[in-house]
Design a protein around this ligand. Sequence first.
Ligand code: PGA
Length: 248
Amino acid sequence: MRKPYIAANWKMTKTIEETEEFIRSFIPLVKDINDVDILIAPPFTALSAASSLLKDTNIKLGAQNMYFEENGAYTGEISPRMLLSAGCSTVIIGHSERRQYFQETDEIVNKKIKLARANNLEVILCIGESLEEREANKTFEVLENQLAGSLKDLSLDEITIAYEPIWAIGTGKTASKEQANEAHTCVREWLRKNKDGADDVRIQYGGSVKPDNVVELMSQPEVDGALVGGASLEAESFSKIVAGAVKK
Ligand code: PGA
């Protein structure tokens, strides 16, 4: 069975002090939950401070992005080695906000994943359709194209897929459990057809996940976890999501 995996994507919120405050209250709330993998992805500036507090806990640290070159003259960018030295085990790649506001294409996403894996960082790859694409019945086609482009020439080792329909992100409009499971099934089938080890890959759902809808979403056979934005910003609320992710 795939172990449930809940990740917090804090986006551009929380200073170092706010990160420390969250982590101090969050650790005791989840310390006895061993059946769920837990990850927090603060902004770059808070990674190092977060890493010190998370040492010897059951909570992993991730970054929200990285660049696709090892080092050099790329003002403002962050390399995988920098993430490792800041204490990250994982990096989120291809979030729809990166694709929308920072022109990240599947090709760029593919380059980033390759370099992350070459440096032994685990990856959460985000994919998902827009509302127009869903309404035009193009959801599966969009997901398959994103998978093909993002995972070109890559194995599935240490890769998690986050299915995040863009229309559900930060809108309070969650996909129904059936919609989530159907999209995850499409992802799983594509992985089975094109890669080895597809059945071990965890597929997270993301888009307005909250304490009161996580159990329902996790009841679906193809939903292995969640990538959580808004509801991960408060320790109590995020701990309830983690507790609700334990598979019954
Ligand atoms: P949300 O964000 O939970 O606030 O909808 C999810 C995400 O963007 O990863």
